[in-house]
Design a protein around this ligand. Sequence first.
Ligand SMILES: NC(=O)c1ccc[n+]([C@@H]2O[C@H](COP(=O)([O-])OP(=O)(O)OC[C@H]3O[C@@H](n4cnc5c(N)ncnc54)[C@H](OP(=O)(O)O)[C@@H]3O)[C@@H](O)[C@H]2O)c1
Length: 249
Amino acid sequence: MAQYGLIGRSLGHSRSPGIFASIFAREGLAGTPYGLFELERVEDLPALIDRHPDLRGLNVTIPYKQAVMPLLHGLSPEAATVGAVNCIRIQDGRWTGHNTDIDGFRALIAPHLHALSTHEGALHPRALVLGSGGASRAVAWVLREAGLRFRVVSRNHERGDLTWDQVDRTVLGVCRLLINTTPLGMWPKVDEAPPLPYELLTARHHLVDLIYAPEETLFLRHGREAGATVANGLAMLREQAEAAWRWWR
Ligand SMILES: NC(=O)c1ccc[n+]([C@@H]2O[C@H](COP(=O)([O-])OP(=O)(O)OC[C@H]3O[C@@H](n4cnc5c(N)ncnc54)[C@H](OP(=O)(O)O)[C@@H]3O)[C@@H](O)[C@H]2O)c1
């Protein structure tokens, strides 16, 4: 029987087994094994695949989304562009890396893009993408595809358009869609939040957090308290899993 699973380092709280159990049940494949494979080092991947000859697909999570790339036989165009792999197809001895965060983020952001274009008319609001890692690049792909202009905020001048101290009243006046792609606020460090002047948020802002645990991060709470529209990363998590399943089949 084909087997699937997740590689990463601390996977105890992963939601992936539950999401894939629902997908397998829907597909008439209830009982398909989905393993949580904690790897000390990414170099242990070939031995893992040797030990599990029925593995057909793997999800990849922090901290191996980039480190796994040199171990693979090929990459999809999406994985090559984003520079990160979040799922691997294992077929005929070949391991091919793909990135489905693009599909996931497209599903998460669609209602917000629609609301922004409906409510803002000719104003052409922009987005602010917080952080410049792998998920940020998937977000950038989707925003470009949607024709929405954006700025990336990074701790480092070379990786972003703005540093955190440059996010002020002018920037937040134009950038109505704020997307957190940093891990700030992720469980268990729930008291952290991206360092922004939250007092400048209004009911016309949309705050989207890729984090889904906790369901309401401090970032989203600040947005909700200002009357902004908010969304966490659960819809993205579900859709990236659906897209991984389509890629493996
Ligand atoms: N919902 C989903 O399906 C989904 C999918 C993918 C990712 N995610 C979530 O998205 C987050 C990022 O994932 P990723 O794979 O992109 O991680 P990553 O490659 O490590 O990138 C995170 C980026 O956040 C910034 N950052 C990290 N620590 C920071 C700090 N202390 N202060 C300020 N900025 C900091 C960094 O950007 P700079 O170096 O530019 O400052 C870093 O490149 C994680 O919370 C992950 O769980 C969710």
